[in-house]
Design a protein around this ligand. Sequence first.
Ligand code: C2E
Ligand code: CA
Ligand code: CA
Length: 537
Amino acid sequence: MSRKLTEDELIRGFDEALANGNIFMNYQPQYNHSTRKMIGAEALMRWNDPDCGYQSPADFIPVLEQNGLIHRADLHAFEVICKFLRFCIDNNINPVPVSFNISRHDIFEHDYVSEIEKIREKYQVPVKFLRAEITESSTVGGIELVISVLNKLHECGYLVEMDDFGAGYSSLNVLKDLDVDVIKLDMRFLSGDLAGRGGTILSSIVRMSKWLNTPTIAEGVETLEKADYMMSIGCNYMQGYLYSRPVRDSEFVELLKNSQIEAILPSMNLIETMDAKKFWSPDSLETLIFSNYVGAAAIFNYNVITRDVEILRVNEKYARELHLDGDEDEILRSNPWNNHGAESRKIYEETMKRAIASGETETCENWRVINSKLCGENKVCIRSSIRVIGKNFNDYVFYALIQNITAEKVNYSALFDSERRFRFASEQANVYAWEYNIATKQMRPCFRCMRDLGLPALVENYPEAAIEMGIFPEECADDYRAFMKKIDSGVEHLEAIFPLTVGRIPFHIRYTNEFDENGKPVKAYASATLVVDGEKK
Ligand code: C2E
Ligand code: CA
Ligand code: CA
C-alpha cells in the first residue's frame, strides 16, 4: 500500500533505507534546446519504501535536514553518483556532467569538500563530470562560509551552479558575491505570465547572466512553448518534463548511449581581451577605462531576428555627445530606434551587418532626432564606429564609439547649398561659372562648363590644364597666365575679355576674390559671359 511515511518513521527507517539501497538517485537529463544535444543531468534523491512506496523529496528532504541526517544522505548520494560515473567510464559510455545538490546543512560544521573529494578519489572520477548545486538559502547563516566552500570547490575543479535562482529576494545581490559558473532558473517560480512581469524578470536575468559570462539552465520546462520562449531570450539549456522526467540509472544509461552530447558553454563569447565580470563591476579597471578614458561610448545588444536594440551601458560622455540632458539611466530605458528615421535606421543596421561579417570596426554617419527636456527636438549627426564584442545565438553585443559631427555637417551642407544656388543662378543667367581655389589651383566648373566644354567636375592645375585643353588658345595663353597671377596675388576684382576655344569666341571673364580673416586670398569666383555687340576689351 502506498502511503506517506510519518516524520518518525522516516527518522527511524533512515539507516536501513540507506543500507538497503532504498535511498538512491534518479537522473534528469539537461539539453541544449537549439541543438537537442544532452549537456548534463541532475541527480535527484529518491526514497522507495518496500512497504509504503515512493516518498516525495518535498516530504523527506526537510525531515532529514531538520534531524541532522541530510549530511549523511548527501554523502551517500555523492558516492552513488561517483559509482555510476565509474560504471559509465568503465563501460565506454560517455557520461555527461552530473549535478549534485548541496544542502546548507552539508557545509555547516562539516569539511564537506574534503569529504566528497575523498569519495571522488576512491572512484577515480574526473572532476569535470561533477557539478555542485548550491541554493541561495544556503547563505542564510552567513555568506562567508558559502564563499569559502565555493572557493574550495573551485580549487578542486568543480563547476558550481546556483540553483533555484530567482526564487529569493536577494538574488541579484547574491550573484555579486558568489562566483558561480552556471545559473539555474526555475520556471515554476514564475507561473503563467511570460508576456508580462515574469518574462521581463526572466529576460533580464538571462541578459545579466550573459554579462557575467555565466550560462543559464531553465529548470521545470514542461512545454515546448516555454522552451522556445527561453531560447528566444537567450537561454538554450533546459531541464524539465518536456525533455525527460528524472529516470532510474538503468534508463539513464540507455539515454546516454543513444544521445549526442555537447559541453555547456558560457553564454557569451566575449573578445578575449575583455573580462566580462570585471567590466560590469563598478570598481574595476575596465569600468574606469570605459567611464574615463575612452570617448563617448555605449554597449548595446542587437538581435538579428527581432532587430531590437537594447542599450546595456553608456558612459557619461555618451549622453553629452548626443546632447542629451537625461542621465544614463534614462538612455538605458529608452528604445534607441526612436531616435532614428527609417533611412537612418537602415544605414545603422547595414553597418551592424558589416561589423558582424567583418569582425572589424565599421563606421557610419547618420542623423538622429534627439528629444531633450531642455532644448526640445534637436537633429544631430552622429558618426559611429561599432564593433562586435560578444555573440550569443541571435544576439550580438556591440561596442560603439560615437562622435557628434553636426557642426561639421551643417557647415558642409551650407556650403553645398550656396554652391548649388550659385550654379543654378549662373545657368539661368546664361553664364559659365566656376570656382578657383588659390592654394590648390583646383577649379570647379558649373554644369554648363562641364557640358559645353567637356570639363570634369574638378580640374587640377588650373589654368594650365584649361590651356592645354585649348579652352584658352595659344596666342592668349600668356595673357591669361598673367591674369591669373594677379588673382593669386590677391586682387579683389579682375576682368578681361578673352577669345575662347578654337572658335576664338570672345568671352567676358570676371573674377571676384574671397579672403580669409587674415586678408589672404582663398578662393575666387569666376564667370564667363558671351561678349555682346558693342562691348570692348
Ligand atoms: P531541485 O533541486 O530544484 O530539483 C528539481 C526538482 O524539480 C526535482 O524535484 C525535479 O523532479 C523537479 N522537476 C524537474 N523538471 C520538472 C518539471 O518540468 N515540472 C515540475 N513540476 N517539476 C520538475 P524533486 O526530485 O521532487 O526534488 C525536490 C527537491 O528536493 C529538489 O529541488 C532539491 O531541493 C531536493 N533534493 C532532491 N535531491 C536531493 C539531494 O540529493 N540532496 C539534497 N540536499 N536535496 C535534494
Ligand atoms: Ca537542484
Ligand atoms: Ca532547482
